[in-house]
Design a protein around this ligand. Structure first.
Ligand code: ADP
Length: 478
């Protein structure tokens, strides 16, 4: 099958979060299954081509915003998976990954590239991700192209609302958008909503989230619409890259380790996890200025500081409550909301030997945290899938997480992690206390939990097979 994977970020060229990881790995896993899948992304100024050889394969002009706009189409290969990667360049609209106008232009450009056969290759399926490709399914219908479309919702909270003018700029008659008639009162077009209506199939990134989004609580205002579409919504849990040689794991982590005995694999020498964890933890404590000692449990948090999603409030309450007498160390790595940055900074300023808060995007430190921490705390109010718990488990770092979405689908309480049922600081604290108690007082049980975590299969192969079945179903319905 020929599949074009339309995505806004692609590791290692440009990454903002989990979507960049997915864009690297899912197409890679589908390629291994024999699919002809390729990615297409804007060529922002911030894209790092590194040593990858790129070729200009075509140029194209089309009307946008009442003017002729030119784009260049570049091609390279994703360095690890060798999946062909196309990049679209235009100074005015595609230099920066911010304004919604960029999405409108990008969506139009993707469809024009296909219509004019610039890739010299025609997809049978276009797989869009989140709001960024939201108007592509509608454009495909308008152009009557014989292509099926599939939308993956990675996070329903980000819907991409833009002024109606964007439809005019793209040359779309608002009358053709069923829902924009309804939306017109607010003079806004909703990219994700358009994608939900016009895609042939929809997936979300975990089975639990696929159910949650049909409820008022998690539906972000789109639950009624999603309920009408429920027959075409499927939940497929994301995976992660498990090969240390092709990810930052290999370069950032001082002491690589795995579940079995010490061994050498090519250039990498692996420790047994018990030794690897100890060495990485001592290294991390020194690096961050924490009190050094292998007998202090270390808990980390890695992620966007998004106050509406990531559970910053209940985590902060728990830390404040324990700040004077912490029986653990805590390290935060994340950036985002400035108010929360200040509040967390206060903790690390007053208790520098116990708390370390780092407000930046830092892949190296992230991996050193995965490797050197005993636990990762994930107090998210909702989590469509979450990759961090899976990456952490690959390092035998035990998640303490809210029982929701993909966290619920990937963690079994007391087996390979700890889940807390209610979204409040008391429920979270109970789970943290229990986890630390097992860590300190029942090493046999704790090591069993780590072994389970290390052996849980989060490889992409399983998810890729499920996507393959969906693609086949889509084409057989043509
Ligand atoms: P989301 O997609 O909601 O941001 P995920 O758990 O799905 O959350 O994925 C987050 C990804 O981004 C993981 O690969 C994680 O390691 C990475 N990440 C998040 N914040 C940072 C940071 N501050 N520095 C480095 N990596 C980060």
């Amino acid at each position: 099958m020929k599949i074009l994977f339309v995505v806004w970020e692609l590791d290692p060229f440009f990454k903002l979060g989990g979507l960049g990881d997915v864009a690297r790995s899912l197409p890679g896993a589908l390629k291994i299954l024999g699919e002809d899948i390729r990615t297409i992304t804007p060529y922002y100024k911030a894209v790092k081509m590194g040593r990858n050889k790129k070729t200009l394969i075509g140029k194209l002009s089309f009307e946008y915003g009442g003017r002729k706009q030119r784009i260049e189409v570049w091609k390279t290969n994703q360095p690890y998976t060798k999946v062909p990667a196309y990049f679209l360049k235009n100074k005015k609209y595609l230099d920066k990954a911010t304004p919604t106008d960029t999405w409108g232009f990008f969506n139009k450009a993707v469809v024009e590239v296909i219509k004019n056969n610039i890739l010299n290759w025609q997809p049978e399926i276009i797989h869009i991700n989140d709001r960024h490709g939201g108007l592509i399914p509608l454009l495909i219908k308008i152009e009557k192209l014989p292509i099926k479309t599939i939308l993956t919702i990675h996070n329903l909270a980000f819907q991409g609302q833009a002024k109606m003018k964007i439809l005019k700029d793209m040359g779309i008659d608002p009358e053709l958008c069923k829902i924009t008639k309804w939306e017109i009162k607010s003079r806004q077009v909703n990219f994700l909503m358009e994608a939900i209506i016009h895609s042939d199939t929809i997936t979300t990134v975990s089975p639990t989230y696929a159910k949650e989004i049909l409820t008022e609580e998690y539906g972000q205002g789109l639950n009624d619409l999603l309920k009408q579409m429920s027959g075409k919504i499927f939940g497929i849990l994301n995976g992660i890259d498990i090969d240390w040689r092709y990810t930052t794991h290999g370069t950032a982590v001082r002491y690589p380790y795995n579940s079995s005995e010490k061994k050498t694999d090519g250039k990498i020498e692996y420790y047994h996890w018990l030794d690897g964890k100890k060495h990485n933890k001592l290294f991390l404590q020194k690096k961050l200025g924490l009190k050094v000692g292998e007998n202090i449990p270390l808990i980390c948090f890695i992620g966007r500081l998004d106050p509406k999603q990531k559970g910053l409030d209940i985590l902060h309450t728990l830390l404040r409550r324990n700040a004077d007498k912490p029986n653990f160390q805590f390290v935060l790595l994340g950036d985002g909301d400035k108010n929360w940055e200040e509040r967390y900074k206060w903790l690390s300023t007053f208790y520098p030997k116990s708390f370390s808060c780092n407000f930046r995007f830092d892949e190296t430190l992230a991996h050193q945290l995965y490797a050197g921490s005993d636990f990762i705390v994930i107090p998210s109010l909702y989590e469509p899938c979450g990759l961090i718990q899976m990456i952490a488990m690959l390092f035998g770092t035990i998640p303490i997480a809210h029982k929701t979405g993909g966290l619920k689908d990937s963690i079994k309480d007391n087996y390979n992690g700890f889940l807390f049922p209610d979204y409040n600081s008391i429920s979270l604290e109970k789970s943290v206390t229990k986890a630390i108690d097992v860590w300190r007082n029942d090493r046999f049980e704790f090591e069993k939990i780590v072994e389970h975590a290390l052996k849980t299969d989060f490889s992409w192969t399983k998810s890729a097979k499920e996507y393959k079945v969906l693609y086949e179903k889509l084409l057989s319905n043509s």
